[in-house]
Design a protein around this ligand. Structure first.
Ligand code: DGL
Length: 287
């Protein structure tokens, strides 16, 4: 049903960059945002654990009959997507990696051997999901892969692009890539668009920076349009309702600081409630 909500989920506030882009592209849509703030970061966890966490979140939100679920987390997209599609047959689910890879190829243009850099969490880099998505389309592309594990926690802490620690981390991570020369840089984590201006300045005007959040929102809009599920009722102002697993006041404060989005206080969901959606799973996390 076109009036049903869109679910957007992430380990923390990074996926709000996707929610913000979606609100801009589709202002009449209701969005249910889930940030698993008590269990982040996902980027250093195993595929089994991340898959289990995301499956629990989707089960928790299923009674709200979403028309589409957006995995607004590169790590969860990389590690869990095939298994999620198997678990939730008939539920439209999409992620961030395919749209990001498509945009990177487009930005590389006609260059015979474009150099495409990707920064992402350790788990995303290790999964090789971007390698596959890009090389399937352009097998002559040269990839520079860099895991940047400090960035998501630093952003969740509320530090911005002018913070010396952020600048130091970015320089450490990006300098070796810049020395090797890059045409395109993919921000392969939904937290990173928050630092996009700083990153773009650092890498210079010759490098096109791809914002996975923006690309993902365009992809969702196209999917909903193809399925005739777009909400067209312009008298309805789309609503954004947030759920978090750690009820920290920081979430709402950072949401408005980073995204200029005023959000209502999020609803706290105890992780125990999520585990209860998955009674057959063992209590101990897979390692
Ligand atoms: N936002 C997540 C992503 O896009 C990463 C943050 C985390 O490690 O939890 O990969």
């Amino acid at each position: 049903m076109s009036s049903a909500p869109i679910v957007v989920l992430d380990s923390g506030l990074g996926g709000l960059t996707v929610a913000a882009a979606l609100r801009q592209a589709l202002p009449y849509e209701d969005i249910l945002y889930f940030g698993d703030t008590a269990r982040l970061p996902y980027g250093s966890k195993s595929a089994q654990t991340v898959t289990r966490f995301v499956r629990q979140i989707i089960r928790f939100l299923l009674p709200r009959n979403p028309k589409h679920v957006v995995i607004a987390c590169n790590t969860a997209t990389a590690l869990a997507m095939p298994s999620l599609r198997q678990s939730f047959v008939g539920l439209p689910i999409s992620g961030v990696i395919e749209p990001g890879a498509r945009a990177a190829i487009e930005a590389a243009g006609a260059k015979a051997t474009p150099v495409i850099g990707i920064i992402a969490t350790e788990a995303t880099i290790r999964s090789k999901a971007y390698d596959r998505a890009i090389l399937r389309r352009r097998n002559h592309a040269r990839l520079l892969l860099q895991s940047t594990p400090l960035l998501a926690p630093i952003i969740e802490e509320g530090r911005t692009g002018d913070d010396p620690l952020v600048r130091l981390a970015l320089k450490q991570y990006l300098s070796p890539m810049m020395q090797r020369g890059m045409d395109v840089l993919v921000l392969g984590c939904t937290h990173y668009p928050i630092l996009k201006t700083t990153i773009a300045k650092l890498v210079g005007a010759g490098v096109t920076v791809i914002d996975s959040a923006h690309q993902c929102a365009q992809d969702v809009a196209a999917r909903l349009s193809r399925a005739s599920l777009l909400r067209t009722d312009s008298s309805h102002a789309g609503d954004l309702r947030c759920f978090v697993t750690d009820d920290s006041p920081r979430f709402a404060v950072l949401a408005s600081k980073f995204l200029g989005m005023k959000i209502d206080p999020p609803t706290w969901v105890a992780p125990e409630t999520l585990y209860a959606t998955d009674p057959s799973a063992p209590i101990r996390e897979a390692v």
